[in-house]
Each structure stands twice: as C-alpha cells, then as structure tokens.
Design a protein around this ligand. Structure first.
Ligand SMILES: Nc1ncnc2c1ncn2[C@@H]1O[C@H](COP(=O)(O)OP(=O)(O)OP(=O)(O)O)[C@@H](O)[C@H]1O
Ligand SMILES: [Mg+2]
Length: 506
C-alpha cells in the first residue's frame, strides 16, 4: 500500500452523522484514504455511501463530525471549498450543462470573470483528454452524448482540476469493459503520482481489481474495513449481514423461433446531432416470450433507438409496430396505451423527482385512481404500499423521489412499468447502479415477463447481463446492426470485436 508510513491520511472523515428527518443516513462514520490508495466504499442501495461522500465534497452538511485533509480539519461548506482543499468528486447523478459543449463544460467553474475564452477552453479540453487518456469530442453538445460519454466528461472534468483526492460515485456503472480498463489504467498512473481515490461501486469484481482497501456501510453504519483482495462472498455477506446466494445465470427455455414478432422495427433511421444518422437501416423483430439483447459501446445508436421506442423522438424514416398497431412516431401516451413498457437509461427523465413515490408510481394512470372527478388518495397510497413491498423499495409512499438513493429510484421506475403487465418491454441498462440483491431481483423480473409472453428488447452495455438474460443478441456499431447471434452461440471475444467495429456477421 502506498502513502508515507506515519503520515496523515490524504482525506479523513471522523464521526460523520447525518439525519434526514427520522432517517439516520450516516451514523458516526469514520473513513480515511491515504496517498496512492484506492479505498472502495461498498453497501446496499440506501446504505449511505453517496451521503457520506457528498458531505466530504460539501454538497451536504453533516449533523456531526469533521473532515480532515492531510491531517488538518477543514471547513467544507460547498464544493468550492472542497475543490480548494484538493477534493474532486464525480457524482452519481450528472452535473453537466446539457446545452453546452464538452469544452465549455470542462471550463465551467474554473473560468474567472464572466467571459469564457472558447478557444482556450477547447485547447485545454483536448490537452486534458490526451493527458488522462479519456476520449471525448470537445465540440459535442453534452445533451447529445450518451450517458456513458457524459460519464467520461465528468471524470475528465474532475481530473482536469488537478485534485489530489478523487471521489468516484459509481463511475463504472455506465462504462463498458474496455472503457473501465482504460479508466483503471488512467487511475493507476495517477495513483503512482500520489492521487487518492474513493471508489463507490456495486461491481465487486472491479472493486477487488482496483482497491487496496474496502469498507462496507450497512444502514448508515460502518461495518468494517478489509483488504481489497477479500473474496466476493465475504464482501456480500458484510453488505447484507447474511450469506448471499449467487446470482443465478439462466438461459431459460429456447425462444419460439417460428412465431411472428410482436415488436417490429423496419428500416429505421434516426438523425443525430450533426445531421448524420445515429441509427441507420435498423430492422429487427422481437417475438413474445423472447428477450432480444442489444449489445454495443454507448454512443452507437442505443440512446436514439430507445428514444424512438419511448415515444420521445420521431424517426426520419422507417416504421415501428406492435402487433397490427403502427406506432411510428407515437408519443409516450400512445406507447403506454399500446402496453409498451419503457425503462429508459435516464431514470430521471421519466420520473418527477419532486413528487412523492406514491404519485410517481401512478403517474401514467392517474385516471384509474379518479372516482367521480376526485383523486382517491387512499387508493394511491395502498397501491404504493403494495409495490413498495413487492419491489423492496426502501422508501415510504410520501417520500419525494429526489430524496431516494440511486438504486431505489431505479426500483420505483421498474415497479411502475412492470406492475402494468406490459406486452412489449423496452429496457435500457435495467440494473445499472443496483446492488447485488436488487440486480438479482430485477433480472428475475425480466425473465418472469418473458415467461409471461412479453417481447423484451434489452439494451445493455453489460455483457454478463446480456449473456445471462437474452435469447438472441444483436450488436450495434455506428448506428447499424453489425452482428446477430443466438445467446448460446455468442462468444465474448467475438462480441467484443463486433462492438469495437471490427468484423461483421450480419
Ligand atoms: N436529501 C435527502 N432527503 C431525504 N433522505 C435522503 C436524502 N438523501 C439521501 N436520503 C436517504 O438517505 C439514505 C442513504 O442514501 P444514499 O444516497 O447515501 O445511499 P447509497 O448508499 O448511495 O445508495 P445507492 O447504492 O442506491 O446509490 C437513503 O435512505 C436515502 O433515501
Ligand atoms: Mg449512491
């Protein structure tokens, strides 16, 4: 382990306590990270990981406790104070400004005065991208980027500020294996220069690959700190407080290959930011009782494909149909009416964070809860209670969605969609950010929908997930389908090649 023996930790949190009303999100938490070290922070959804690190970064204020940098207590009232103390954070939810370019976003917060020197900002962005080995297009508008690409910009933004302590809140949740390896390589070279990294993740394999030490939070309390090499079973046991069953891999029964597709897409074309097509010539069909997996590196047309299927975007050409119903250019309401359940990659876009969990759960079907013009609050609550229990959402019906942990927000969306018995399900990154137990649960739910005869289109950057769930796979590269195979005959290496744009097998 790095760090000079006897020297103070780069960052130390002492006795951090944070309450939200009756809920104790952090209970006297101690944590430290030394120079040159990766210290991972694990815990189930809602354990308090984000909260304690938001305190270190000045986004939230503790009820008790202190933050020390290099052994000295510092008053961190805002991210500005944190940045001045050498602390950088890539938050779980993005802080980029959508309408601005990548270069402008990188310059934000460091520009003095009001005018932004665009040329200089651009040069700095290119330079930082090279130095840290993170591939971004400085001129791209952030709103046009996929979540994975936005994540790269976020990481670059933190690194470009020359922080000495970098807090990464689930940085790899949206990255594909090759991107994760690239990120780890970047981090390793920065660690040698003395950077300290706090790494929050639900992916235990990665945690073990990169971390020197691992600490586990459970219900706001620090359970313990162990070596980074500790095996996954033990880590899972620490997180949930009991031994975990492994996540079952299930290929399921073979898909009915002769049946007619329920969801059909023909010759789809969607234009991207620069007038170039983001999706081109995409034709596919998904049968009832089948999961079609869409593999690909983020930014290769998945976002646009999902946007069309979610009713958020009109295609330039091509058709979308469900059964005999033409849904080309349908809006979200029409999609819902056709029983097309959507779980888009951007959870926040389909929830209203300031509304309660109960209202978010009935948002698309408020009329069902209206009797002679009056909204039946009691029924809405009862409905919420039921779904909260069934989907194990750690929240109460009256909580605002904005106050929920990342994993629990995802569960609210899943509960809303899955409880409506969709005939077609289009899902993007369904388990991103979920803990081990929740991931297992969501996957079993998708398999259950499939067993009920739903046609499921599953977009995921997680190859393990695709191989565990899908019957058939297609690979998207630069907006086109460059490969198709059954999940049984799929081979990881071949998939990787296709995803990287090398080789075709349509
Ligand atoms: N602003 C807030 N208001 C009320 N409750 C909050 C607020 N922020 C967090 N909480 C609650 O504090 C608890 C800890 O949340 P936190 O986001 O720290 O969890 P987490 O460990 O990061 O989970 P995840 O893995 O799902 O991201 C949760 O129960 C959450 O609902
Ligand atoms: Mg979190």
């Amino acid at each position: 382990m790095a760090g000079v023996p006897g020297s103070a930790p780069a960052l130390e949190l002492r006795g951090i306590t944070k309450r939200f009303g009756d809920l104790v999100a952090n209970r006297s938490v101690d944590f430290d990270v030394v120079g040159g070290e990766v210290h991972a922070l694990l815990g189930e959804n809602g354990a308090g990981k984000t909260t304690v690190m938001r305190i270190a970064y000045g986004l939230t204020h503790p009820d008790a406790g202190s933050v020390l940098v290099e052994g000295h207590e510092v008053a961190i009232r805002s991210p500005r104070d944190a940045i001045a103390a050498g602390i950088g954070m890539v938050t779980q939810h993005f802080s980029l400004v959508g309408p601005m370019s990548v270069a402008e976003n990188l310059a934000l917060g460091r520009a003095s005065g009001l005018r932004l020197d665009l040329d200089a900002a651009r040069r700095r962005a290119v330079h930082a991208a090279e130095r840290f080995g993170i591939r971004v297009d400085p001129d791209a508008r952030v709103a046009d980027l996929s979540v994975g690409e936005q994540q790269r910009v976020e990481i670059l933004k933190a690194l470009a500020r020359d922080c000495r302590i970098l807090i990464l809140d689930e940085p790899t949740a949206v990255l594909v294996p090759a991107e994760i390896e690239a990120l780890f390589a970047t981090l390793r070279s920065l660690l040698e220069e003395g950077l300290s990294v706090v790494f929050i993740s639900h992916k235990l394999g990665e945690v073990r690959a990169i971390s020197n030490r691992v600490s586990v939070l459970r219900q706001g309390q620090m359970i313990g700190t162990v070596a980074g090499s500790t095996d996954e079973r033990e880590l899972a046991r620490m997180m949930v407080g009991r031994p975990m069953l492994g996540v079952e891999r299930s290929a399921g029964a073979p898909a009915p290959s002769e049946a007619e597709p329920v969801l059909r897409i023909r010759d789809l074309r969607v234009d991207g930011a620069h007038g170039r097509p983001s999706v081109e010539d995409v034709s596919l069909g998904v049968r009832g009782g089948e999961i079609l997996g869409v593999a690909g590196v983020s930014g290769n047309g998945q976002t646009e494909l999902m946007a069309v299927l979610s009713g958020m975007r009109r295609p330039v050409a091509g058709t979308v149909s469900v059964g005999d119903l033409d849904l080309t250019g349908a809006d979200p309401r029409q999609m819902t009416a056709a029983r097309v359940g959507r779980i888009p990659e951007d959870r926040h876009a389909s929830l209203i964070p300031d509304l309660s969990v109960a209202y978010n759960l009935v948002m698309e079907r408020l009329d069902d809860f209206r009797h002679s013009g009056r909204i039946d609050e009691r029924a809405i609550r009862a409905h919420a209670d039921e779904l909260i229990a069934r989907f194990d959402i750690r929240a109460s019906p009256d909580d605002r969605v904005a106050a929920l942990s990342g994993g629990n927000i995802q569960k609210v969306l899943l509960a809303r969609v899955l409880s409506r018995d969709p005939r077609v399900l289009v899902v993007s990154q369904p388990t991103r950010g979920l803990d081990v137990g929740a991931t297992e649960y969501v996957r079993s739910q998708l398999l259950a929908r499939r067993a009920d005869g739903a046609a499921v289109l599953l977009v995921s950057e997680d190859l393990d997930e695709l191989l565990a769930l899908a019957d058939r796979l297609i690979v998207l590269y630069e907006g086109r389908i460059v490969g198709e195979m059954s999940a049984q005959e799929a081979d990881r290496e071949q998939l990787g090649m296709l995803m990287a744009g090398r080789g075709r097998n349509p």
